[in-house]
Unconditional design. Sequence first.
Length: 253
Amino acid sequence: MDYERFLTVVGAAGGLDRDGAERATTATLATLAERISPEKSGDLLAALPPELGSALRTESPAERFDVDEFLRRVAGREQGDPVTAERDAGAVFEALSQALPEPEYAGLVRHLTRDFAYLQPGRPEIVPEVEFVAKVAGLAGLDTDAGRRAVDAVLETLAERVAAGEVNDLVGRLPAALHEPLRRGRSHNPGPGRRMSPEEFVIRVAERDGVPLEQALTHTRAVCVVLRESVREEFFDASMRLPADHAVLWQSP
């Protein structure tokens, strides 16, 4: 694939004109070069159009950062926001998947953590943040602002409760605007998840949401029902590793 074709694929995948596709490509590849090893960058340089070399070339060791930091860096380079960076980075990964031989692309993916599945081509459809919050608000009888507070409180508590790897899987299936509460919860997570009863779970949600316990249970159930509908397999995997008494948290409100 030559350079112009690469930009055409980026533009088609991201709905960008040529200048936008070039900015997205440069920002995403420069950030990718920071995330992977110089050796892997060299492999990509050998397989991609030479015009991409200036963005990919690096002698610095790989930095370990997650997909949210990746999007922040892309956004900074584009002087944009993480939502736009999400679209643009996904478009560049689409072009990479087409430009690289399959084993080479698979090798690149192995250098990234599971939460980068969020940007990979062929990923399941991701429910937009506005739709996610609206569904929660409708189930719980809340306005949009209160619905968003409930979503943040429950996702943060869930990310504290389940295993860190399962949090990364959820990050890979939710829009960038909902990643921050998951990151906060993960920061309190010892790895296998912080042990807490369903009652303790609801107490933490109530504290974070600023509502009474009865409302916190309703909000928890609304968020968990929408989460289950939105990510299905990842929610099933996380919930199956919790004690059976936690099922009370995802009953319909």
